[in-house]
Design a protein around this ligand. Sequence first.
Ligand SMILES: Nc1ncnc2c1ncn2[C@@H]1O[C@H](COP(=O)(O)OP(=O)(O)O)[C@@H](O)[C@H]1O
Ligand SMILES: [Mg+2]
Length: 369
Amino acid sequence: MPPGATIGILGGGQLGRMSAMAAARLGYRCHVFAPDAGSPGMQIAAATTVAPYEDEAALRRFAAAADVVTFEFENVPAATLAALAPLAPCRPGVEVLRVCQDRVVEKEFLERAGVPVAPWRPVRSPEELEAAVAAIGLPAVLKTTRMGYDGRGQAVLRRAEDAEAAYAALEPKPLVLEAFVPFRAEVSAIAARGADGVAAVFDAVENRHRNHILDVSLAPARVPDAVAATARGHAVRVAAEFDLVGVLALEMFLLPDGTLLGNEIAPRPHNSGHWTIDACLASQFEQHVRAVAGLPLADPARHHDAVMANLIGPEGLAAWPRVVGDGRLAAHLYGKAEARPGRKLGHATRLLPLGSLADLAEADITAGL
Ligand SMILES: Nc1ncnc2c1ncn2[C@@H]1O[C@H](COP(=O)(O)OP(=O)(O)O)[C@@H](O)[C@H]1O
Ligand SMILES: [Mg+2]
């Protein structure tokens, strides 16, 4: 795509916003399509469409205005991308959305790509749940197959008596039961893949969650080299299996014996890759733009170690003056209208000399963040 061309982005959140910022750096324009006016992505877009994802006329106009279409969150209806596909190149394609919108299809896909996952069973009825608990054992995690994020749509079952209430409470059905993974760490890797099939993968990172929401990412993950290589290899294999043009994050669990189990695929830039904005030559967002625009990918090497902390909800907003006032932090705010509890409002990244994170004492890792 030549400079000045337009990237259409479905979704108005912070991932689209940061993608649009990366696109602007490369001389592209972005057209953000989302149901909510004034969303973080729209605030910085060259053009916007405020319409429901089902509005066919609006989608036609959007496709006509865009040289390529992408998405910034995977719960855009697959039918929306399918409607756009004949009208404009869609990267990634609708098949990627279909897989990542359904945890059962996603697990089957991961297994096919050679990434092991925790034992699981589909749960379409209370009887199937009972059989699944018998097969997998407890504790286990019951999840909706669709529309879950930031820990929403899941419940941990510790005792057999927990099953009935959890089954009734979780919507939409159907569900899936997974073995509870006694992980030593959560690790993710972000792979980009260009239109030419060439992949570039960032260093694997270690993720800490609070209330099921990503809290802190450490780049690189403090794991043996072989584990990091396996994590990155898994992400690249998943991208290749999709024939992906774009970026994806693969979330994994690291077991005490060094095994990595695949958890989720996010077929877009991911919160655990925000550190790349400040610690790499080209961020995950730029790689995404490069891929969908048909440009060669940039070198994903890390020039600093990094610790990224999310600013979440009212506490996150309260921390902002301190974060932005600390001239040694890279401070990012997303322009959200409301600081509702549990919402990701921004993040801060602390850069460290290359290779120094592994030796940092626990108390110093998030100091100042
Ligand atoms: N099977 C599991 N065993 C242990 N912890 C889990 C399991 N599934 C999810 N979790 C925890 O919950 C977090 C969110 O779950 P995930 O499946 O990634 O859903 P989402 O990110 O869409 O909310 C994970 O990052 C992990 O901390
Ligand atoms: Mg997740």
